[in-house]
Design a protein. Sequence first.
Lengths: 521, 375
Amino acid sequence: MSANHDRSNLLEVRGLTKIFGSLTACDYIDLNIAKGEIHALLGENGAGKSTLVKMLFGSLEPNAGEIFWGGKPVKITSPGVAKKLGIGMVFQHFSLFEALTAAENIALSLNDGSPISTIAAKARALSFSYGLPLDPDSLVGDLSVGERQRIEIIRCLLQTPQLIILDEPTSVLTPQEADKLFETLERLRSEGKSILYISHRLEEVKRICDRATVLRHGKVVGHCNPREETAASLARMMVGSEVKAVERAPAEGIETAPALLEIRGLTRKPATPFAIPLKNINLTVRAGEVIGIAGVAGNGQGEFFESVSGEVLQQDAGSVRIRGKDAGALSITGRRLMGAAFVPEERLGHGAAPRMKLSENLLLSRHATDGKAFVGSGGMVKNSAVYSAAQRIITAMDVRKSAPDPEAAALSGGNLQKFIVGRELDRKPSVMIVNQPTWGVDAGAAARIRQALIELARSGSAVLVISQDLDELFELSDAIAVMHNGQLSAPLPIAEATFEKIGLLMGGAEPGHAEHSLEIA
Amino acid sequence: MMRIELVKRPQRSALFSVLSPFIAFALTMIAGAIMFALLGVNPLDAFNIYFIQPISEVWQLHELAIKAAPLILIAVGLSVCYKANIWNIGAEGQFIFGAIFGSIIPVLFPQFEGPLVIPLMLLLGMVGGAFYASIPAFLKTRFSTNEILTSLMLVYVAQLFLDWLVRGPWRDPQGHGFPQTIQFGDSAVLPELMPDAGRANWGFVFALVAAVAIWLMMSRMLKGFEVRVLGSSPRAGRFAGFGLNRMVFFTFLLSGALAGLAGISEVSGAIGQLQPVISPGYGFTAIIVAFLGRLNPLGIVAAGLVLALTYLGGEAVQSALGISDKVARVFQGMLLFFVLGCDTLIHYRIRLIGVTLMKPNAAKLDAAPKLEEAR
């Protein structure tokens, strides 16, 4: 297929290469996108997908290689040039102003001087014709993540692109919202538009994509028709080896096990105008079990984690109880001393200080719980003890690194996450609360982290996992609760849970607050 | 039209991080030579008078130590603040309040004498500086005010308060109306280290002890770790259980106490009484010392000696060449400018972008994806 110079190809890429210092992020990449096809770009984190796409969109300049657009060689020197050619992009992280309306946000990027009312009318018409209903006059701050994505898509469509690049579009959607998106994509394809679809979710790639290009370590390792492959064979191409499946032994005697983490009527007022208030959250996690919390991003998970970890204190000391004792008035250090451990969503800047060494980052969360081992008389840090403990964790979790004790920022996302999770596991905490344990982590490291969390639970700890990745939650959890709009549903035992049921709850369809429900296909 | 952009370098050069203060010093020399030439003085003669002659005899080294002591004491405290990303710009005011508090004993109770007087004065000086520094700390933690503004404005309050004191309630009744307090008694004067060789007093020892102690704290102790974490990534600091508000108070009280100690040491050791002006801007110059010393207490000792020399040199060129001693301020300013410039270029490189090459429409369209990249 690489020798195909068919003029039906909308975009052809030949030998595109991008080098950052000593790292070749994209190594002689070939890619063809035909008119009217949905083309998947598959690869693990760090495989070079984002770099490739940034070169196609003009945000990065390639070191070598050619790009042909409709058979003619082009130089895409800026996103403006890309847009003029007819390339549109919907980013994974949105660039929208929360304090402006949808129409105003669209007007900002169109920048053609037409009045807001005209743009609003166009956007409304376009959104309905593609089955993506959107009120252009609503404030972005009030919209759900799925609705914000629609603004991005409509903003992109208003520029009538020939090629639309979508970066991990379903990572922020409920399964039902994703279905809706797929219908729109199929409709666009039938109109002859091409779509470059970046994802690591193999099932959806198999479902909607006509062809796939698989990247690994910056190189193209294969082109294929995803419909003829299995999820396992695609995964093997992405990872380069078999990914060990996570094993979850059945939990026994949970009902009678002691409750190690209890949350009783946890309520929190929003700290900022765009924060989500927490409303009367109740949850019990018992020794030996893993409870998962599903939910679309931005439904209060971050606020919930801050409240439970003690980064934010509660008015009512009894609203968070750890090992049977009130902890709501205690700081994060106090809660750690009661046996709890925490892994936040953001690795750099929250879970770890980027410019500090791994050994210093070990001290970050354990200076109090391991005070005797790590801090000597007069507040002097016992550097050698901290260093050897850090090395122990590095070995136990198989953290790959370039120096004995590198800065946190020098590690890849997956390796840093292994260290941050390992730092807490090393304490054998009786309560472990993890937010997005494998976000942006490659498949091998993710399996290792998940397995470690299950083993921690089975050894008698209570584990609470907050995640947007439903596959992960189904792999890990003994029961799944759903957070929507600051409220938490009752946990559904894993035997009863299905993607469909959880998806409905993620959309807000729970008895009692059905009025929040989005339109569901 | 050209646009200048600073682009972050993927990695810092370790070599240039070390060399940066020396390059800055060399650039200052070049700019200084140009300045002297413009003033109609042979630069080589001027440098000789400015930098060499003031430290060619032992008694002059003592003068250098007298000038360096307050700079080092203050800068060491400020380095802790700046490492914690807390911006105390008001050390000059804390210096003055340390001097005022410490002078309570010799001015109001001159009959109280003995070996206890000096330790009590020093202690009161530290209390005074810490008290004055607690005001911006309180305002920041309670009302989220910007500590740069409040601490700076409080400097002028302190200067005027001292001025009022020495003209009003604390004026020496036998002083022929001069705005100054009585001369301190013998037991209220900070002893000289080596009276036979020069005037240097115990203030310089305090500065060295403070530098070593703070160096130990910052590099070896949990407290120093806390300062560094909260300064570099506050959210990770909160996750570690370190309180930002407590850190604001800790750094302000510590730097205020050290500035106060410098203030009372200066008044008790070098001046011997309170007068309307007791500092040639030590509190501000110490900011330069802190950065020139790379916020490292041991580097600050060296930087303090260099900046002290700019004061002595300024006095020397004034008397020898008739050039205004403001030239000292010029040298200090250039040094800070070049240090910050070098540091910036270690972290960033300059990129010139020709905007006219692109159509204005295309350039504007860039804005949205730029936002995306910035995240």
